[in-house]
Design a binder for this molecule. Structure first.
Ligand SMILES: [Fe+2]
Length: 333
């Protein structure tokens, strides 16, 4: 704060002593400087429930003998990368909160219940207790509405939060000590096409970014999705038996590696350009719009992202990726 005050002094004092200067300009500049929010990082943070199962946290009822370590170590590296970075909230888009009329936002300060994965109830029965940053949520909601997007606040206290939100929330921040903004997946791809979905998600990403910068808060944005998403149709006797785990097909592997190469070489625009082919050919979970939204919140980054981990889960491809936006301040101004 002292540094900020000194910067402010050197910046505005000449104006204040100049009788022709607008006396209001100094406080306006200070207000602008002090309220500028920031996206400190954007991350691809996938949510297969197997990761929580394998971690054996007290909130989850089933007990595992480990498994999927490559990805769990990837999450460890992501958490380590951000452990000294200050931020106020986590903004997360989950493809498993599926809404068919517009985009919805969790709109109450707290949601508490039991979440059971409908496909893997043997792996995921998690007792959650989420805190929501309702103020930031409203800012994003209002900006999206102004931009002409269909939006709704979810204010039913009994609403059950989807396992995608919970798994990503847990793996990213097991302490749950930061409030969340949770955004649904508008399934416009199902009614229309990947192109329509992406156009809407790019717009949602832009307004998300604007709302964050105007909020004065420091925020991490998370897209909770896998890459290739063709999965096995049967489960092995021991779910965490890693001798059974591999990518479903060579074609899926090639698509995943192609996307990761774009992540690592700062080619976000190319990812957006190839999103229709990727989403359809790799049956990718980018169909929920999270990846397009994430890249848009980061203003389509041209700097390299950090790959913290890659691995398969029941045959699907999962990458844990961080765009360290805080190190590229030009992009966050
Ligand atoms: Fe999923």
């Amino acid at each position: 704060m002292a540094q900020l005050a000194a910067l402010f002094e050197s910046w505005v004092s000449p104006d204040l002593h100049d009788s022709s200067a607008d006396a209001d300009i100094a406080p306006k500049r200070l207000a602008c400087l002090m309220t500028q929010g920031e996206i400190v990082a954007g991350c691809l943070a996938p949510h297969p429930p197997h990761l929580v199962y394998a971690e054996n946290p007290p909130q989850n009822e089933p007990v595992a003998e480990g498994g999927w370590e490559q990805l769990r170590w990837g999450y460890e590296r992501l958490r380590e990368s951000l452990k000294d970075v200050e931020y106020d909230a986590i903004v997360l888009l989950s493809p498993h909160w599926q809404t068919y009329v517009g985009t919805h936002f969790l709109g109450l300060p707290q949601f508490k219940s039991l979440s059971v994965d409908p496909v893997f109830p043997n792996l995921f029965r998690y007792h959650y207790d989420l805190n929501i940053d309702v103020d930031l949520t409203m800012k994003i909601h209002d900006k999206a509405a102004e931009a002409g997007l269909a939006v709704t606040m979810m204010e039913n206290p009994d609403f059950r939060v989807d396992y995608g939100t919970i798994t990503t929330g847990h793996m990213f921040n097991p302490e749950w000590d930061k409030p969340l903004v949770v955004i649904s997946s508008n399934r416009s791809r199902d009614y229309y096409s990947v192109e329509v979905m992406q156009e809407m998600m790019i717009e949602l990403g832009k307004v998300t970014r604007e709302a964050i910068l105007e909020s004065g808060k420091k925020v991490v944005v998370l897209a909770s999705n896998s890459l290739s998403h063709r999965h096995f149709t049967t489960e092995s006797a021991i779910p965490e038996d890693m001798s059974k785990e591999h990518i479903t097909s060579h074609a899926m592997h090639l698509w995943d590696m192609r996307m990761i190469e774009y992540f690592r070489t700062g080619q976000a625009q190319r990812i957006l350009d190839e999103m229709p082919e990727f989403t359809e050919q790799a049956i990718a979970e980018s169909d929920g719009g999270g990846l397009s939204w994430l890249l848009s919140t980061l203003d389509t980054p041209t700097y390299p992202a950090t790959l913290h981990g890659y691995g398969t889960i029941i045959g699907t491809g999962n990458a844990i990726v961080e765009w360290p936006e805080r190190n590229h301040t030009e992009g966050s101004q």
